[in-house]
Design a protein around this ligand. Structure first.
Ligand code: UDP
Length: 453
């Protein structure tokens, strides 16, 4: 292999979107490509920049993103993505020109792989006659439901005026309801609707790599492949192909693993809402007492910014931590994949970000779904109504409802059935990533395709 001979030849430039759920899969893809002999440069924004020391074999290049502090603190992701695309094209072009000037014929750039949200990268690649490939880090079902949102815009039914329709099924997209469509909570829906075509158009890119797999999304994937004139490679779950690729922007608190070591098998509910979703103080309080009243041990991630107030753990109700004692463990950020694969963990209360959903499926852990916005709603519906490995908490958070849901998942018969289905799905995924499995074959086909460059 090239790596062993010290002769890396082909150079790939990766352009991740600067959010945790996007950076991680891009770095995992980079780790896979590196192991196949490619050299890797990650071009990233100043905002949320990855830590180069986690990937000493990659090169990292920062480009100015032009984001003002106000943009960042607004938390309006749609506006931030639009700003990034408006601001980063020219610096990225300059950065590529610089790299091309310095490159030797042996290590020329063969391809730019960009996150679907960082579409500025495609025009810069085009101007320099470089090939580009799109990485999609959401589910295929999300993509299909984004297209449905656009269709509703065309038939004049956006914004959804009539709240009584929200629970109705979307024609041809069952079991999705209108309220499951991937609306954004950020700003005007018009902004999001403007962004959708930019995300799903493939422009002049040569292929799509998708962090999903046929064993869970075959029908959505084949529908999308029929509409797309370039190859789609479903190569997920990327974290299973690159298990040693660290990507956390926050420091992981590994002390929770020692706490888990003292808990009975399948007894612990792991609670985490990912890197973006936040909750208000009242919700935090209801959730806290609901968890406590369930008497089920729990490991709860409360990020410093996961409440709409200025800090996290400090906002827990007075007396809560003393009351819970050893029955609960609260951390600011956990080593999530290790947590989910721990024998003590029997359930995952999740916001259903796509990475978290995949990670839970891969470990056979059933879920309580509490989606926030966008694609999380689609995934929650798939977890509860397609794969049937979880239940969704839909109404306002109230401690009695929380307690009921936790007991349902962790101790009652319905939860046991979900756990069994989750174990079966885990086995399906294991087959997908075996040598002749669908994701492995797709990855090999992608590498063959890539090697033609
Ligand atoms: N994660 C983690 N520790 C935590 C919480 C989350 O390592 O305490 C990781 C998780 O494993 C996943 C990512 O952060 O890979 C979150 O991505 P996801 O797509 O689930 O949600 P997002 O943060 O984009 O909303």
């Amino acid at each position: 292999m090239e790596e062993e001979q010290g002769q890396r030849r082909k150079h790939v430039v990766l352009v991740p979107c600067p959010y945790q759920g996007h950076i991680t899969p891009m770095l995992q893809l980079g780790t896979i490509l590196y192991s196949k002999g490619f050299s890797i440069t990650v071009v990233h924004t100043d905002f949320n920049s990855p830590n180069p020391s986690n990937h000493p074999k990659f090169s990292f290049q920062s480009i100015p993103d032009g984001l003002a502090d106000d943009d960042i603190y607004s938390g309006n992701i749609i506006a931030i993505i639009m700003h990034l695309n408006a601001n980063c094209g020219a610096p990225f072009h300059k950065c590529l020109v610089q790299m091309m000037k310095q490159q030797m014929p042996a290590d020329e750039i063969v391809c730019i792989i960009y996150d679907e949200l960082m579409y500025f990268a495609e025009s810069a690649a085009n101007q320099l006659k470089l090939r580009s490939i799109i990485l999609r880090t959401n589910s295929a079902a999300t993509q299909i439901s984004r297209i449905a949102l656009l269709q509703r815009k065309e038939d004049g039914s956006i914004p959804l005026q009539d709240p009584s329709n929200l629970a109705d099924p979307v024609p041809r997209l069952q079991p999705l309801r209108f309220k499951d469509l991937p609306f954004s909570q950020f700003g005007l829906p018009e902004n999001f609707l403007q962004l959708i075509p930019k995300i799903y158009n493939v422009r002049t890119s040569k292929a799509v790599i998708w962090n999903t797999m046929n064993c869970i999304e075959q029908s959505s994937l084949s529908q999308l492949q029929q509409q797309c004139n370039i190859p789609i490679f479903p190569v997920g779950p990327l974290h299973k192909f690159a298990p040693s690729s660290p990507g956390s922007l926050l420091k992981e608190d590994t002390s929770c693993i020692s706490w888990l070591n003292n808990q009975a098998p399948n007894s612990v509910l792991y609670v985490s809402l990912g890197s973006i979703v936040s909750m208000d103080k009242k919700e935090l309080k209801e959730m806290a007492w609901g968890l406590y009243n369930s008497k089920q041990p729990f490991l709860w991630v409360i990020r410093p910014s996961s409440t709409s107030a200025s800090s996290g753990i400090e906002l827990l109700p007075e007396g809560f931590e003393e009351a819970v004692g050893e029955n609960g463990c609260v951390v600011k950020w956990a080593p999530q994949k290790d947590v989910l694969s721990h024998i003590a963990v029997g359930g995952f209360w999740s916001h259903c970000g796509w990475n978290s959903t995949l990670e839970s499926i891969c470990e056979g852990v059933p879920m309580i779904c509490r989606p926030g916005f966008g694609d999380q709603r689609v995934s929650a519906r798939y977890v509860s109504h397609v794969w049937r490995i979880g239940l969704q908490l839909e109404n306002d958070l109230e401690k009695g409802e929380v307690e009921k849901a936790v007991k349902q998942l962790m101790v009652e018969k319905e939860g046991q059935e979900m756990r069994q289905r989750a174990k079966n799905l885990k086995e399906d995924v294991e087959l997908c990533i075996k040598e002749s499995g669908s994701s492995s074959s797709s990855l090999n086909k992608f590498l063959e395709f890539f090697n033609l460059f």
